[in-house]
Design a binder for this molecule. Structure first.
Ligand SMILES: *Cc1c(COP(=O)(O)O)cnc(C)c1O
Length: 448
């Protein structure tokens, strides 16, 4: 097989992993490439994992066309891969619209998401032919009527019964009652309402939430029809966590509902806006410990909750990345997974209660409140898996470098699914990866 792309058109080099080289081997290589003093955080992203998610989505929900929500991870490589795989995109900023456009995605495959948009953004969408706009309130509708009269609106309907933190739930989506008013308003303004969108956040992505939302959407389609709108798009939003079992479960609830309320004979296209689904598992983040504190547990708790005389120490570690950087997803109430360690630990090594912090001196900057870890040293590395969603450049902090890889096996196997990346990806250059380090070299952490 020929590998496309020459060095001068190189935008991004993707390492091709041969044999049984694993992500962890790549992380170890990049750590040993860093100078002793540098020790900067970095990501390794497995493009094969993104492609497999597309193959899985197609096999489980063939009737649903995915539009990737770019806000979840706007790295250009992710956008290029997904554009090559033929997904549509949901953008919520000018930067995201420009990015997607730069990979030749046609304007009709782009949705301008976000229920509240700045006027300049609506105008930009109008100028570039992006007509699908999400909307859930009258003020927004009036703005759109003024600056983008040819827009095709997706009315975002509130998904009820979602989450245990209902009182703090985001005020996005309109109720069924508001919908009638908004449809009338759109009619008065001469706007076209082309469909309904709902979004079940991943924290409450129970199959029942999807079935309720589909029947609510049917009501809105019927109201729309009464007012003369020919609605043709049902957007089921995102909220897929990336685990195949959840996809199956949701599909089992969704499919019969779609068959009843939106059978193919209605001509309604069903689309989804998965974000985390594609990228979460593909990215791993390597961070190192830059500082450390130890406290005796009984001193801290004043013997409360602890047996007297328990002097097990507790450790606080400070990392070279934090909640205002790559762990920003923690602010979305998502839990941070317990990291794996790069240094080899014997089974007898005692474990201590430990907490992990960024280095900002801010009380919000706690990455992990409590986990059991062996005693670690400054300079040791930790690897967090499943870090592709809401982690890159979210808070405006510079993003750690990302090293992209794909395994040779994935590269060959995906061709059986009709995906040939060497012609689809213009900006990639595949470089062969190093040989897997032998076992004796692979233990990286040596005490300073
Ligand atoms: C972020 C977002 C999505 C994508 O959500 P995921 O959980 O990443 O799939 C979809 N719709 C809306 C309205 C969003 O805000």
């Amino acid at each position: 097989m020929r590998m496309k792309a020459t060095l001068d058109e190189l935008l991004c080099s993707v390492e091709l992993l041969e044999g049984d080289t694993a992500v962890l081997d790549v992380i170890k290589k990049h750590i040993s490439d860093q100078t002793q003093t540098q020790k900067s955080a970095f990501f390794v992203a497995d493009l094969g994992a993104i492609i497999w998610q597309q193959i899985r989505l197609k096999s489980h929900m063939d009737q649903v066309r995915p539009f990737y929500d770019v806000k979840c991870n706007s790295s250009a490589v992710v956008v290029e891969i997904l554009a090559a795989l033929g997904t549509g995109f949901v953008c919520s900023s000018k930067h995201e619209l420009e990015l997607v456009k730069s990979f030749g995605v046609p304007a009709q495959d782009v949705i301008l998401g976000g229920a509240c948009k700045q006027l300049s953004l609506i105008k930009y969408a109008a100028k570039h032919g992006v007509r699908l706009l999400v909307c859930d309130n009258e003020a927004e509708m009036r703005k759109i009527a003024r600056c983008h009269p040819n827009a095709k609106l997706l009315l975002q309907v509130y998904t009820a019964g979602c989450c245990d933190h209902e009182e703090t739930a985001m005020p996005f989506g309109c109720t069924l009652k508001d919908c009638r008013h908004l449809l009338e308003c759109a009619k008065e303004l001469g706007l076209n309402v082309t469909g309904v969108k709902f979004h079940v956040p991943s924290c409450c992505a129970e199959p029942e939430a999807f079935s309720h939302a589909v029947s609510d959407a049917r009501c809105v389609f019927d109201m729309g029809a009464e007012l003369g709108f020919a609605m043709s798009i049902l957007d089921i939003g995102g909220g897929f966590d990336g685990v195949e079992a959840q996809l199956e479960k949701v599909n089992r609830a969704l499919k019969p509902m779609l068959d009843v309320y939106f059978p193919q004979s209605t001509g309604v296209s069903v689309i989804a806006e998965p974000g985390a689904y594609y990228v979460s598992a593909a990215f791993s983040l390597a961070v190192s410990i830059i500082s450390k504190k130890m406290a005796a547990q009984d001193a801290k708790h004043h013997a409360h909750d602890t047996l007297p005389g328990n002097d097990e120490p507790e450790f606080t570690y400070f990392l070279n990345d934090g909640v205002f950087g790559s762990f920003a997803y923690k602010l979305l109430e998502e839990s941070v997974p317990v990291p794996s360690l790069l240094k080899e630990i014997s089974a007898e090594e005692p474990l201590f209660s430990s907490s992990l912090w960024g280095s900002s001196n801010d009380g919000l900057d706690q990455v992990l409140e409590s986990c059991l870890l062996p005693e670690l040293s400054v300079g040791d590395w930790l690897v967090f898996n499943h870090t592709g969603a809401n982690s890159l450049g979210v808070m405006g902090e510079p993003t750690p470098p990302v090293h992209y890889i794909i395994s040779a096996q994935d590269w060959y196997e995906i061709q059986n699914y009709g995906i040939t990346l060497d012609t689809a990806l213009k900006n990639f250059s595949l470089v062969p990866c190093f040989q897997k380090p032998s076992l004796s070299e692979s233990a990286i952490s040596t005490p300073a």
